[in-house]
Ligand binder design. Structure first.
Ligand code: 3AM
Length: 181
């Protein structure tokens, strides 16, 4: 299955982000992430086998044992590769060291399981949408939006998600929730 680790978001934050999406003037050329699919990706795994999935169920709790519940807050709007010619539109995250430690612990465990992952620089973000064609600068896509309310999110668990790609967009299914002790 195609899988990734993610933080799922409280309903209140998903509402806030969906409302931000609706404020954009450029609806047609942007594929917005559906409200229920909004998430913060911790680590994309690609295709993993049932045996690897099972092994992750067993090894991840021990790997993150030292990391307790923590909070992060939303920050401003941003875009990859840049604000001038955006392809991926996102809301940034002001994250404490724990989020980076969590990501690092997952990278190490996943590699021990025989899954090869890229360990690029981690830019925690929540994708709002993807620009399909034509380029508009970010401030044209979200005119008049200067800031995003810094909602605080307490993270007491994270999830392993199965992502099935369909012509209508990805379908996500939570395969396992890992709770901090
Ligand atoms: O959280 P975002 O939207 O940035 O872009 C995909 C999404 O990230 C990313 O994994 C998340 C869940 O689908 N993704 C998809 N394919 C990828 C790949 N080959 C990938 N990330 C890295 N390499």
């Amino acid at each position: 299955m195609r899988a990734f680790f993610a933080v799922d978001l409280p309903e209140k934050v998903k509402d806030q982000l969906a409302s931000l999406q609706r404020q954009s003037q450029y609806r047609r050329n942007i594929k917005w992430v559906e409200r229920d699919n909004l998430h913060l990706t911790l680590l994309f795994l690609g295709d993993i086998s049932p045996a690897q999935e099972k092994r992750l169920f067993d090894t991840v709790p021990e790997a993150v044992r030292d990391i307790g519940e923590f909070s992060f807050s939303l920050s401003g709007l941003g875009a990859f590769p840049n604000d001038r010619k955006p392809k991926v539109l996102w809301v940034g995250v002001k994250a404490p060291g724990e989020l980076y430690r969590l990501r690092e612990a997952l990278v190490q465990t996943v590699r021990k399981t025989g899954i090869s992952v890229k360990d690029d620089r981690f830019h925690p973000h929540i994708t709002l949408g993807r620009v399909k064609r034509d380029f508009y600068p970010l401030n044209k896509i979200f005119p008049g939006i200067r800031s995003v309310a810094e909602e605080n999110v307490t993270l007491s668990s994270f999830v392993l998600i199965e992502s099935t790609l369909t012509p209508q967009g990805p379908v996500y299914k939570v395969k396992k929730r890992f709770c901090f002790s």
